[in-house]
Design a protein around this ligand. Sequence first.
Ligand SMILES: Nc1ncnc2c1ncn2[C@@H]1O[C@H](COP(=O)(O)OP(=O)(O)O)[C@@H](O)[C@H]1O
Ligand SMILES: [Mg+2]
Length: 180
Amino acid sequence: MKIGTDRMAKLINDLLSLARMENANVQVIKSPFNISEVIGEVILSMEALAKERGLSFSQSIEPGIIINSEMEIVKKIFMILFDNAIKYSDANGKISVSLRRDKHRVLCSVQNRGKTIAEEDLPKIFDRFYRADPSRTAENGGYGLGLAIAKASIERLGGNIYVENTPRGLTTFTFILGDS
Ligand SMILES: Nc1ncnc2c1ncn2[C@@H]1O[C@H](COP(=O)(O)OP(=O)(O)O)[C@@H](O)[C@H]1O
Ligand SMILES: [Mg+2]
């Protein structure tokens, strides 16, 4: 198998991120930050990529939500979900992001339209190296590590992540964090 240096670098980085998140000895360093602003910034940096692919984009971000967590990890989780939403969207599809507070929890969802994940694949989707429908995903060039990193990361932060399918071809990933 041939692998380009960019892909190799990304693979190594992903493996290191996963190892770090799964290593209980590595400390998570929490401090308060405005997650509404952080998610907004990541959207600004990734929106162009979505538009380049002909995807439209909508967002519903509740302003001023402060959480006590590790900002870089939260950013990374959101980037993984946004990246997947772009990669696995139908042509001319739409991506929707929402961020909201519910009592002492903060919920962030990323939704796209496309081929949904088969029911039998749903429990495996967060496993390392797992890719549903490899024939279709081969061209997208990942190694099936994104969601494993997202899950290990959110668990380190004391939160949770889940996925939902709707029959109308919508896939929604949601991660939940406490606000303190
Ligand atoms: N938004 C999505 N819509 C449909 N399938 C998805 C979505 N996000 C992830 N998947 C499926 O989950 C698999 C694992 O995702 P991930 O761990 O990010 O790895 P990668 O993107 O490298 O394949 C993908 O290969 C794809 O089959
Ligand atoms: Mg991915």
